[in-house]
Ligand binder design. Structure first.
Ligand code: SF4
Ligand code: SF4
Length: 445
């Protein structure tokens, strides 16, 4: 299969990054990288999708990586995952035998090892330019589940209709399920035995970067990775609920300009000119700072949230960075100079943040040990709600009408002409119940 055939199959199957912001994968595959890196770091505590898929589907992953490396004319494919995922490391090392272009690289147990820029440095020793992509230093990075979706698209023409996610925390039977895209998160939580606390909330994603979901009727999307159920008053839920205004007020009285947030920032440690303490200094004077000359640095922030854990006052520099990104707009991001640092910070190695320490700080210790094994999803979903925007780019346009009958895998929404995006497909056999500007709801036949 050549690059054009691969890209076309992946585009029409609606594959997007399964572990992040939903970048359409076909756009990535249009590049000519030197290395294809498979990101199996899964560094967010409690999430257990990629590490289990890497073990259970090691042969498929090796075959898929070989296919991508050949189609793109890359020099090598590297499966990168944490050394502590012993079963997955063994399975992948066996699976790549006889495939000379492939290798397995093990990583330390630090956060955020799965950040693409951190991963590229850890594996290749290359520094991604400020505001740049890994491709700028010859690397194309694909998440484990994304690679399986690429392979399904390329070898079987299969669209993305299902999603793996870990349901854990305060639930009776933590598990990692393959669920239809569009399933209400409440049904996924019920499948894990339901909440074990009286007033539960769920973090949609990892405890660091995921968002707090108060409304559990929201649907699973192509980028969902986990649901962490917690009591409403858990410190992690409380911190996520804090608004920008509240954080700014706290910063006024509490930011002591100690710089710990910068000292531990993974992008600063890569040598990038990101100084969250300086952004917070303005906040401590009651300003958001969008008019200042160096405000554009906030676009170097990956919103990993580590600065919050570094801060002795529990402040959230990442929240201010996110707000400023919105206020400054994409034109400022595009105008960044994209400088490549000559070297990483000389203290980088010793300042990497160990996961056990992170788990303790997040008060998630009792949940971290839960296994959340790969399990069949019990029961039959009655209804799915397919969002028209599950990816970066423009929302999709529905191609079905209310009352239409659809089969699993049928196209229900397409990418607008000339836009960036990924099509959406039916995730069960059913009838289209409603079509609105945000979603298509399909009820099972
Ligand atoms: S969230 Fe904080 S620690 Fe992470 S990259 Fe942004 S400023 Fe740095
Ligand atoms: S770590 Fe906290 S207190 Fe110190 S400079 Fe950063 S935001 Fe301010």
């Amino acid at each position: 299969m050549n690059k054009e055939e691969l890209t076309a199959a992946v585009a029409s199957s609606g594959v997007v990054g399964a572990g992040g912001a939903g970048f359409p994968t076909a756009m990535k595959l249009a590049a000519s990288p030197e290395f294809v890196l498979v990101n199996g770091a899964e560094c967010e505590p409690l999430l257990k999708v990629d590490q289990q898929l890497a073990e259970a589907r090691a042969d498929e992953l090796a075959e898929a990586l070989d296919l991508v490396v050949r189609a793109l004319g890359a020099k090598a494919g590297i499966l990168a995952l944490k050394e502590k995922y012993h079963g997955a490391v063994e399975a992948l090392s066996r699976a790549i035998r006889g495939r000379p272009a492939l290798s397995v690289r093990t990583l330390g147990n630090y956060y955020p090892m799965g950040d693409e820029q951190v991963l590229v440095y850890e594996v290749l020793g290359r520094i991604v330019p400020e505001g740049g992509l890994p491709l700028a230093c010859g690397a194309l990075v694909l998440n484990v589940e994304t690679l399986l979706n690429v392979s399904a698209a390329a070898l079987r023409g299969a669209p993305v209709t299902h999603k793996y996610l870990t349901v854990t925390g305060a639930v009776a039977s933590p598990a990692t399920f393959r669920v239809p895209v569009g399933l209400p998160v409440a049904e996924a939580i019920a499948a894990a035995g339901g909440p074990t606390v009286p007033d539960p909330v769920a973090i949609n994603g990892g405890p660091m970067m995921g968002r707090l979901e108060e409304d559990l009727s929201v649907p699973v999307t192509k980028t969902s990775k986990g649901l962490i159920v917690l009591p409403r008053d858990h410190p992690r839920a409380v911190a996520k609920r804090r608004g920008l205004g509240q954080m700014m007020r706290l910063a006024k009285t509490a930011c002591c300009h100690c710089m710990f947030c910068t000292d531990l920032c993974p992008r600063y440690l890569l040598g990038h000119a990101l100084n969250p303490d300086k952004v917070m200094r303005l906040a401590s004077y009651g300003q958001t700072g969008e008019g200042t000359a160096r405000a554009g640095q906030v676009f170097l922030c990956c919103e990993c949230g580590l600065c919050e854990q570094a801060c002795v006052m529990g402040l959230q520099p990442w929240r201010l960075n996110r707000e400023l990104k919105g206020r400054l707009g994409p034109a400022v991001a595009k105008a960044l100079a994209k400088k490549t640092p000559a070297a990483v910070n000389r203290f980088r190695e010793m300042r990497r943040y160990p996961i056990p320490k992170l788990v303790q700080k997040l008060a998630l210790g009792p949940f971290e040990a839960l296994a959340a094994p790969l399990s069949d999803f019990p029961g039959q979903p009655r209804r799915v709600r397919l969002l028209l925007r599950q990816h970066l780019g423009a929302p999709c346009l529905p191609v079905v009408k209310e009352g239409a009958e659809v089969r699993l895998g049928d196209l229900v929404a397409r990418v607008p002409e000339g836009a960036t995006g990924a099509p959406v497909h039916a995730s069960l056999d059913g009838r289209v119940e409603t079509v609105d500007q945000d979603s298509i709801t399909v009820s099972a036949l």
